[in-house]
Ligand binder design. Structure first.
Ligand code: TYM
Length: 330
């Protein structure tokens, strides 16, 4: 693989779910073995664009950072930190506001979706991908492991970097690569035509820290089709369950169920039990590790992460100020 520095982020807006895990976080863990540097961030400044809740956000931020460690992010090997602990993120985002095109931002499908649902459409929701570009480029990262829903934001990131380089007359920021997985788009259990997301509501996702009984119940209630008829393609719901079985480590069983479904003789109850068992077994060690992690340990990890992140971010921000002619020290 040709990337040298990986950066990715996740919003502390609710439970970490299977979509996050199969689409992104598991790849974050694997990339720790493959890339020289891996930097992972809980993006609390992104979370406020959807609404402010000062009583809830700090707890969610800590919870998510702990969940990431439980998933296998190793704070010795990777830098794990909270976005707001490194103020250069927002500073660079402001600079990038001068490079991002209004027209490009208007075309972001996530903005269109979210603004369609929001009562108060903040300007922050609109410039959200500019902050995302700043997150990545502040570390001169060249590889970004994400789910498919983030591809458009990364295209925008490339555009901002190119424009910046062109304006300052220097190849300063790298071209970032989008790193997708096979599980790049996990669908909702209750509405398999939509992607799994925390904002759709409880029955749409499986949270990584949910107790086994609840996980099994949610999977049992997953929407499929009526079944019993031979068909060329799997329905969205069945394809999603088969995919989950594969990603949870049972590719042969997944293949077999897919063939049965195509022949029209799959008993959906069997598939659901297999998926539930596989997912519960996969989550067990993650939940165990989570239970062992203390808040004090976590605070130390995040303090150390912020320090290591700042050591990379500060000189980059110095360069940026110099290149655009602002700040002291020219
Ligand atoms: P967020 O917090 O919505 O999701 C975190 C990661 O999980 C992936 N993901 C999915 N993958 C497959 N199937 C799904 N149903 C699914 N749902 C979520 C997302 O693609 C993402 O990789 N804007 C980002 C956070 C961010 C970021 C960044 C990412 C901020 N700065 C810099 C990369 C680099 C977001 O809201 O992700």
């Amino acid at each position: 693989m040709s990337v040298t520095r990986i950066f990715s982020g996740i919003q502390p807006t609710g439970d970490l779910h299977l979509g996050n895990y199969f689409g992104a976080v598991r790849n974050w863990v694997e990339l720790q073995q493959q890339a020289a540097d891996t930097i992972y961030c809980v993006v609390d400044y992104h979370a406020i664009t959807g609404g402010i809740d000062a009583d809830v956000l700090p707890g969610r931020t800590m919870q998510l950072a702990g969940d990431l460690i439980a998933c296998g992010i190793d704070p010795e090997r990777s830098i794990l930190f909270v976005q707001s602990h490194v103020p250069e993120h927002t500073e660079l985002a402001w600079v990038f506001n001068a490079f991002a095109a209004f027209g490009d931002l208007s075309r972001m499908t996530q903005f269109k979706d979210k603004s369609g649902r929001a009562k108060h459409v903040s300007a922050g929701l609109f410039t959200y991908p500019v902050l995302q570009a700043a997150d990545i480029l502040l570390y001169l990262a060249d590889g970004v492991p994400v789910g498919e829903d983030q591809s458009q934001h990364l295209e925008l990131t490339r555009g901002i970097a190119r424009r910046f380089n062109q304006v300052v007359g220097q190849e300063y920021f790298p071209d970032v690569q989008t790193l997708l997985t096979e599980g790049k788009r996990i669908m909702s259990l209750a509405d398999p035509d939509k992607k799994m997301s925390k904002s759709l509501g409880e029955k749409h996702y499986v949270g990584l820290m949910e107790p086994p009984k609840r996980v099994a119940k949610k999977i049992r209630s997953a929407v499929t089709d009526a079944g019993g008829e031979a068909r060329e393609d799997l329905s969205a719901g069945v394809a999603n369950l088969v995919g989950m079985l594969r990603f949870a480590g049972q590719p042969e069983a997944a293949q077999q169920y897919a063939e049965e479904a195509k022949r029209g003789d799959l008993l959906y109850g069997h598939l659901k039990v297999a998926v539930a068992d596989a997912v519960v077994a996969m989550l067990e060690p993650i939940q165990e590790r989570r239970a062992q992690l203390s808040d004090d340990e976590l605070s130390d990890v995040l303090a150390d992460g912020a320090q290591r992140a700042s050591a990379i971010a500060a000189p980059v921000m110095d360069d940026v100020r110099r290149l655009i002619g602002v700040g002291r020290g020219r």
